[in-house]
Write a protein that binds this ligand. Structure first.
Ligand SMILES: Cc1ncc(COP(=O)(O)O)c(C=O)c1O
Length: 307
């Protein structure tokens, strides 16, 4: 996977090789950054690239910068344009994953708050096999960062030391991925995705007080489950034992999309295969992100045929 040749840095499209930050910037020294991962979906019939929920990603980036006490949080329209500019500069006509990072550029001491840089880059990604097969996950011995230590609800770069430790441990244990529990031992989320259980036809997901990221895909799944699939959704604290008795489970995220969880700590979830409800959620999700259905047009920002 390699980043495409044209990137956006502080208002300009630059070559990948010229997209640089000082090695003594606050971003490098202290992990003072916030980022977004989002996707563009290529609709072959319409010859269009749709960026999924671009406005919401930009707004989360902005409230992430606010939570980090950055000097400025940027103009929403300019941030939206930065993703469109990268798409066009790379002539993207296929599925792509974008990363935007807002970071402290200055060589300052710990309480520095600016200047704030913005960088955007893209990779083209084929669909992942795990969407079909599902993943076998472990439960981390690492605790999810609590909100009174680091801000889990925003995508602060430094948070990901926690997620990375959990992933490294899971990989060493032979798992495809990992679930992380809160300090109280309740289910929080996966290392790069939010988690849903299915029990008796209802969806259950940890609430935003469970030290999760305020996930845009989680919100999408809740909306589609209620409005398109007619499913009840519970947002609440989730006990660890609920993983053992769930009929189905999946995780979701912009990068991960909708991935069935087929076992937890080597115990099968349900019958150990991707379940019917999970498949229905996948179908509803992919229909909407690609624009195969007309509903929720405000979630899809077209790159090539701008109104
Ligand atoms: C820790 C974590 N949780 C959840 C998610 C899902 O968030 P979203 O749906 O906004 O992509 C991500 C996505 O990158 C993540 O890194």
């Amino acid at each position: 996977m390699s980043t495409l040749g044209k990137m956006y840095l502080n208002g300009r499209i630059v070559d990948y090789a010229d997209c640089k930050v000082h090695a003594f910037s606050g971003a490098v020294k202290y992990g003072a950054g916030v980022f977004e991962g989002l996707r563009g979906y290529w609709n072959e019939t319409e010859s269009e690239l749709y960026i999924f929920r671009l406005r919401e990603h930009v707004e989360r980036l902005r409230f992430g910068m606010k939570a980090m006490r950055f000097d400025s949080v940027g103009e929403a329209d300019a941030l939206v344009e930065s993703v469109l500019a990268v798409s066009r500069a790379n002539a993207i006509r296929g599925n792509a994953h974008f990363r935007m990072i807002a970071f402290l550029e200055g060589d300052d001491e710990l309480p520095g708050t600016g200047p704030v840089g913005i960088v955007v880059g893209a990779v083209q990604r084929p669909p992942a096999k795990r969407i079909e097969t599902g993943v076998a996950v472990g439960i981390s011995s690492w605790t999810r960062i609590p909100d009174n230590a680091l801000p889990p609800r925003v995508k602060c770069t430094a948070n990901y030391v926690n997620n990375r430790a959990a992933e490294l441990e899971a990989k060493a244990g032979g798992y495809d991925g990992v679930l992380i529990l809160t300090g109280e031992g309740k289910l929080s989320e996966a290392s790069g995705a939010c988690v849903f259980l299915v029990r008796n036809g209802r969806l259950i997901t940890p609430d935003v007080g469970s030290d999760i990221l305020e996930s845009i895909t989680r919100d999408t799944v809740i909306e589609l489950a209620r409005t398109r699939l007619g499913l009840a959704v519970e947002e609440r604290r989730v006990d660890r034992t609920e993983l053992l008795i769930a009929d189905e489970a999946f995780w979701c995220g912009s990068g991960q999309e909708i991935v069935p969880i087929v076992s937890v700590a080597r115990q099968p979830v349900g019958d150990g295969k991707p379940g019917k409800v999970t498949r229905a959620v996948q179908q509803a999700y992919f229909d909407v992100v690609y624009g195969r259905v007309r509903e929720r047009p405000e979630w899809r920002t077209p790159v090539w045929q701008r109104p």
